[in-house]
Each structure stands twice: as C-alpha cells, then as structure tokens.
Design a protein around this ligand. Structure first.
Ligand code: FES
Length: 438
C-alpha cells in the first residue's frame, strides 16, 4: 500500500455540475434525518468522476459541507480507499493488484513493465496517457495476475500480452477486456493441470447437478433456435432462389444455406417449395411465393417485437444509469470474442445489411471480426448484443444472423452485392480495424 496524500497542486474551488448537484440532493434525501453521512462514498465517487477521476481537497470539503460532516472525517474516507485518487491520473489509469495470488502468478514482472514504460507509480506519463498504482486484491484472484484499467478488468496477464495491451491503449486501438487468454470466467486454463481431477465434480453426480441441467437446457434451446432459423431461411430462399425476383434483399437467397447438410428442416422446406412441387416455373413470382415472403417478414417482425418487449421488461428493473454492459448482462450472455481478427484479416461486417461503420467498430471491440462468429450467435447472445448496442429486436428484424450464415460460406446477398459494387454509401470502406488488416 502506498502513502496517500493530497496532491500538491490544488484547484482553488470545486462545485458539482447542475446535473450532479440535483443527483446528489436526490440521493441525500433518501437517508433518514441525521443519517446523511451515509451518502459520503457515492458523493465522493461522483465528484471524482466529474473531476477527471481525481479528488481535489475542495471537492472533499464540498462533500463534507453538503452532508454536514466534519471535513476531517471525509478526508479520512477519501484517503482510506484506494478507489479515490488524490492526485491527477492518466487517461488510462492502471491499478495493479499486488496481493499474494497475483504476486505469485507474475505481478512483480508486470510492475517492472509499468515502471519501465510509465515511470514510478502515482505519476502521470509525459504524454498524459498513463499512470499506475499498486493496490490490494481486486477480487479476481482466480484469473491472476490482473490489473484494472479505468473501470475494466484485464486478467490472465503475461509479460507479453500486458505489453501488447499497453501498446494498443497507447495507439488508441480497441482492446479486449477480461481474460487475455480466452477464458470466459475462472474455469480451468485449457491444457493446464488442475487439482480438481475427480470427474464426479463435473458430471453432476456429486456437485454441480444444477450446472449439468442448465447446460442441457441451454444446448436444447440453442438447437431449437438454430433449427427454427434454418427453417425460416429455407422458406424464404426456396421460392426466390432461381431469380431472386420475389424478394431482392432476402439474404437467404444463397443456395448454399438451403442446401446445408446440417439443416434437415430447410431441405424439406426447399423440396416442398420446389418448382416440381409447386408446378410453377422457376423465378415466377407467384402469389403463393409472395405470400410466403410476406409471411416470413411478418414472422420476423413479430419475433423482433416480442424480443423488444422481453428486453424492455428486463431493463425496466435496472437503475437509470446502468451501463450498456450491465443492461446487456441483464438480458443475455456475451458472445465469446477473439482478441484479434484471425490471420490479422477481419471480414467486412458492413456487407451485412444493418451494420454500418459505427456498429462494425463496436462489434470489433467485442471481439467480433468474422461472419461465422455472428452466424453462430445463440438467442442469448443475440439478446446481449442487441441490448449492448441499444437496439433490441433489430438484429432479428434485419436478419443479421441469417445474412452472416450466407456470407460465412462465401455466398452473397443482394445487399452484399450492392456493397461490393460500391452502391451503398454507409458501407463504404474496408473493415473498421485497418490496424488488424494486413
Ligand atoms: S490477489 Fe489479485 S485479484 Fe485477488
């Protein structure tokens, strides 16, 4: 633990912004008379957020005055908790865990890297980009060693991936949060030995029966969703396949999907809708075909509306200032992303109708670089991404997953053809991570 003192250079005064002032007054009013001091930590935290993530003396005094507390008592709180910064921090403020689990797993080496690249702790680098501080356990010991950078955790660090992480941050490139080795949570590291070798620990016969049941239910739901998506794709593709005349933008027009050996339902649907079965010449936009396309659109719309309602209901229970990640976590499961595009070459996700430059960038930040990743999203993952990007229901409405399935196997959609021909202004330009594209 380092010595915690107020910064030598202090601003002359501090005032909460009107919004923050109103927020603070509302919060203070929640406590019974005489218990307003209970609001000290949230108020200090809000003051810190407002003041470039560090607390000047004037802010500590302002909070004390607002709560009717002795200023020294508030100073004690601010100097006790390392979450309060008492001097300016860099744009990327790194908190290195130095407690024994992280220490024995390599924190000293990370510390050396920080000293070499940034300098002593509690000093901001010359370019203002970095500062660091050694702190006590941050509660992610299973994925040691780890650091917290601003509000996010970066785990399973090694000298190599930590140096790369700092390079990426310095260059303004998107970085992967959480485990840097691909672990989803704190499961055993793939290929590494574990002391918990008794198979009964995992098969549900002793402990974890709930986990087994949960996984089975998840697998069943995923399989049902996949079959339903495939059946819908085939129903939409079958009448339009010969000419694409029935619905020019239908992404499932690529024959590859309808012919997929992994989807028996599409094959049946395609056979039922074939010219031989319908007696209609290929490409003729029959009423039946039009009705079928309209039916698929209506079904998709109904699904999107149901999705929106479901997500809205879940989000209503969250606080108003919930982050995009908190919202997404409340409704679904984050898809596992990649640290970088495979082979350094990302797919041009803007070839999917509905994904523009901005959303492509945000998907890349989530580790989504390839069509096959999107094609494999489960229902929970669609919900997570939809809520994270703040448009629940749109992924269904625009058929991202089906489009991705077509594009992942080298097929084309009417929309991707227009993108390739340079006819879609919002999809102009290559993948949004040129740094990853060799
Ligand atoms: S010891 Fe580092 S997170 Fe707990």
């Amino acid at each position: 633990m380092s010595v915690r003192r107020l910064a030598e250079q202090q601003p002359p005064s501090f005032e909460f912004s009107p919004d923050n002032r109103a927020w603070a007054e509302k919060l203070i009013a929640k406590y019974p008379k005489g218990r307003q001091a209970s609001a000290v930590i949230p108020l200090l935290w809000r003051a810190q957020e407002q003041h470039d993530y560090w607390l000047p003396k004037a802010a500590i005094e302002k909070v004390a005055d607002m709560l009717g507390m002795n200023r020294l008592r508030v100073l004690e709180v601010a100097t006790f908790y390392t979450m309060f910064n008492l001097s300016p921090v860099g744009r990327h403020f790194i908190q290195l865990c130095g407690t024994p689990p992280c220490h024995v797993k390599g924190a000293p080496a990370l510390r050396k890297i920080l000293e070499q690249r940034i300098g002593p702790q509690q000093k901001v680098s010359a370019d203002g980009k970095f500062s660091w501080l050694e702190v006590e356990c941050l509660g992610a010991c299973c994925n040691a060693p780890m650091v917290q950078i601003n509000n996010d955790y970066y785990e399973d660090l090694t000298d190599e991936n930590f140096a790369r992480l700092l390079d990426d941050l310095a260059a303004g490139r998107p970085v992967k949060k959480g485990s840097q080795t691909g672990r989803v949570s704190s499961e055993p590291t793939p290929g590494k030995g574990t002391t918990l070798t008794d198979a009964a620990l995992y098969d549900g016969s002793r402990v974890g029966a709930w986990k087994k049941r949960f996984e089975e239910e998840q697998a069943k739901a995923a399989e049902a969703a996949r079959a339903a998506e495939a059946a819908k794709a085939a129903a939409a593709a079958a009448p339009a396949a010969p000419t694409n005349a029935a619905k020019p933008d239908a992404p499932a027009a690529a024959p590859a999907v309808a012919a997929s050996a992994t989807a028996p339902a599409p094959a049946q649907a395609a056979a039922a809708a074939s010219p031989a079965a319908t007696g209609v010449a290929p490409g003729a936009p029959t009423h039946e075909a039009k009705d079928r396309v309209a039916g698929a659109d209506a079904e998709r719309e109904a699904k999107a509306a149901a999705e929106e309602a479901h997500v809205k209901e879940k989000l209503a229970a969250l606080p108003k200032d919930a982050t995009p990640e908190q919202k997404a976590n409340a409704v679904g499961a984050r898809p596992v992303g990649l640290a970088a595009a495979r082979g350094g070459v990302a797919d041009d996700l803007k070839r999917i109708k509905g994904i523009g430059k901005v959303n492509e960038g945000r998907l890349n930040e989530l580790g989504m670089f390839h069509f096959d990743q999107i094609a494999a999203w489960t229902r929970d993952e669609i919900r997570w991404v939809g809520a994270y990007l703040a448009f629940p229901g749109r992924i269904d409405r625009e058929n991202w997953v089906e489009q991705a399935r077509v594009l992942a196997v080298g097929g084309e959609t009417e929309f991707s053809k227009r993108v390739d021909a340079g006819e879609v202004a919002t999809s102009a330009g290559g993948p949004s991570r040129p740094d990853k594209v060799k």
